[in-house]
Design a protein around this ligand. Structure first.
Ligand code: SAM
Length: 205
């Protein structure tokens, strides 16, 4: 990793992901999490204040050391034990059927092989376990999609490999999840190319 990706980008992500406008999506996506949870792309822990009381532990998977350090204050204030337990969502260091729930917020855009990460989540979730997700991705409107395709190379360059054109629903079903709830919407105040959100839950059969 270069200096930009290692020392600068995690600070930019910490600031942009920490905006108050994201709180409503975080509150919604964390509702219903319970038991032992695996969170991929933990970042700097902006979901921590939103974990419900029914969560008993969180295994955080995050490659960036700096992002983990930036999570410090939120981790100290956490009501549940959170342990950094892995570095790559594409290869999870956990036994099969280990977790009750999983969480991914704005992470499937960045993981190089998002399909592999979802298959790993299916493997480590107990049968019937639920993945809670909110992701940005391919917009519902063709005109926005065209701009997403145009801008994606620049976005990937500037934002650490972040894609604009991934379809969250397609990724989930291709990985064998059953989508239980799905809300697709444009985040108010965000550019549509980046603000086409998919928020919901998907069950590992
Ligand atoms: C846009 S940030 C979102 C952070 C956090 N989920 C949030 O909502 O604030 C994407 C995160 O995915 C992480 N990431 C990148 N590649 C990853 C991988 N292969 N496995 C797990 N996480 C990864 C990045 O380091 C970054 O923290």
């Amino acid at each position: 990793m270069g200096i930009y990706r290692e020392r600068i980008l995690p600070r930019i992500i910490n600031a942009t992901c920490g905006v108050a406008a994201a709180d409503e999506s975080r509150r919604r996506v964390c509702t219903g999490l319970s038991g032992d949870v695996v969170e991929i792309g933990f970042g700097s822990g902006h979901n921590v204040p939103f974990y419900p009381a029914a969560v008993t532990s969180v295994a955080a998977v995050e490659p960036s050391d700096l992002a983990w350090r930036l999570a410090g204050a939120r981790l100290e204030a956490a009501a549940v034990p959170v342990q950094r337990s892995g570095l790559d969502g594409q290869s999870l260091p956990f036994a099969d059927d280990s977790f009750d729930s999983a969480l991914s917020t704005w992470t499937l855009c960045t993981i190089p092989d998002a399909g592999a990460a979802l298959r790993e989540l299916r493997r480590v979730l107990k049968p019937g376990g639920t993945l809670h997700f909110v992701e940005h991705g391919l917009a519902p409107d063709p005109a926005v999609q065209r701009w997403q395709h145009r801008l994606e190379p620049l976005q990937m360059l500037l934002v650490g490999g972040c894609h604009l054109t991934r379809s969250t629903a397609d990724l989930l079903t291709e990985a064998g999840f059953t989508i239980a709830e799905l809300d697709v919407f444009y985040e108010p105040g965000a550019p549509k190319v980046e603000g086409a959100f998919s928020l919901g839950t998907a069950v590992s059969p």
